[in-house]
Each structure stands twice: as structure tokens, then as C-alpha cells.
Design a binder for this molecule. Structure first.
Ligand code: THU
Length: 146
């Protein structure tokens, strides 16, 4: 039997989509490539990579682009799982956790149970939830949008 504190499985399709997107990251300034993939409640996958800009604040995170791909293709959907692939190549412990802005972006489409798999290019480094990363969050339900 699995111990009760074993992390939930990291689905290969979600990880592969995020890792593939990362190969297309446009990060000439930071050289920090990130890929992200989200899974909708009805089972569809959407991925994105980070996209930097010479005017630095205009850069966009991988998670934001994955959500943009979802909305562009199928509209706003409930998401249940996210994989983020990033972190220093030479440090298998390094975590690329979603930035503060992306935690809020994920909150728009997910609840506190949203699973977040934080991965390096070789696989999972940590799994957590949006409720842990963004406690006491403000979301669509605060504005009576269900
Ligand atoms: N970045 C992401 O794409 N996602 C994260 O979760 C954290 C940071 C990007 C933004 C920028 O292009 C680079 O990583 C360095 O901050």
C-alpha cells in the first residue's frame, strides 16, 4: 500500500506538454527557460512557455501563456492540474514555483485543490496545491462569478 503522504502521481502527458513547451521558451535576457501545462476539468491540455521582452516588464510567464492558450482555444475553463518545468539545470533540488502574479492567474480558473507539480527537465521536484501557495485567496467567487 502507498503511504498516505505519498504525492499524487505526476501524469506523463502533462509533464511532457510542459517540457516540450519549455524548449520553445523565448528567454534571451534571463536565459531561464520555463514551460507550463494546464489540464482542464474535462481533460484537455494546454501549454505555454515564458516569453521575455527587451522592455523587461512586458515579459510574460509560462503559466500565463498556458492559460492564454486555453482561453484562446476553448475559453475560460476550470483547471485541475498544472505542471511547471523550470529551474537551474545544475541543481536537481531547485524549485521554479509559480510567481505571485501567476498564482493569482491560476486562481481565476482553479480552486485551492488545484494540483501544482513543480518539475525540473528530468521530472518532479515537488507537488503542492494552490491553497498552499495562495492562502486566503481572492477569486471569482468573491465577485459571485461561479
Ligand atoms: N518565469 C516563469 O515563466 N514562470 C515562473 O513561474 C517564474 C518565472 C519566467 C519569467 C522570466 O522570463 C524568467 O522566468 C525569469 O524570471
Amino acid at each position: 500500500m502507498m503511504p498516505s503522504d505519498a504525492p499524487p502521481p505526476l501524469p506523463e502527458d502533462l509533464f511532457a506538454a510542459a517540457r516540450q513547451a519549455r524548449t520553445n521558451a523565448y528567454a534571451p535576457y534571463s536565459r531561464f527557460k520555463v514551460g507550463a501545462a494546464v489540464r482542464t476539468a474535462d481533460g484537455r491540455l494546454f501549454a505555454g512557455a515564458n516569453m521575455e521582452n527587451a522592455a523587461y516588464p512586458q515579459g510574460q510567464c509560462a503559466e500565463a501563456n498556458a492559460l492564454g492558450a486555453m482561453v484562446s482555444a476553448v475559453g475560460g475553463q476550470r483547471i485541475i492540474e498544472v505542471a511547471v518545468v523550470g529551474g537551474r539545470e545544475d541543481d536537481p533540488q531547485d524549485l521554479c514555483t509559480p510567481c505571485g502574479g501567476c498564482r493569482q492567474r491560476l486562481r481565476e480558473f482553479g480552486t485551492e485543490t488545484l494540483l501544482i507539480h513543480i518539475c525540473g527537465p528530468d521530472g518532479r521536484r515537488h507537488t503542492t496545491t494552490l491553497g498552499v501557495l495562495l492562502p486566503l485567496s481572492f477569486g471569482p467567487d468573491n465577485l459571485d462569478i461561479v
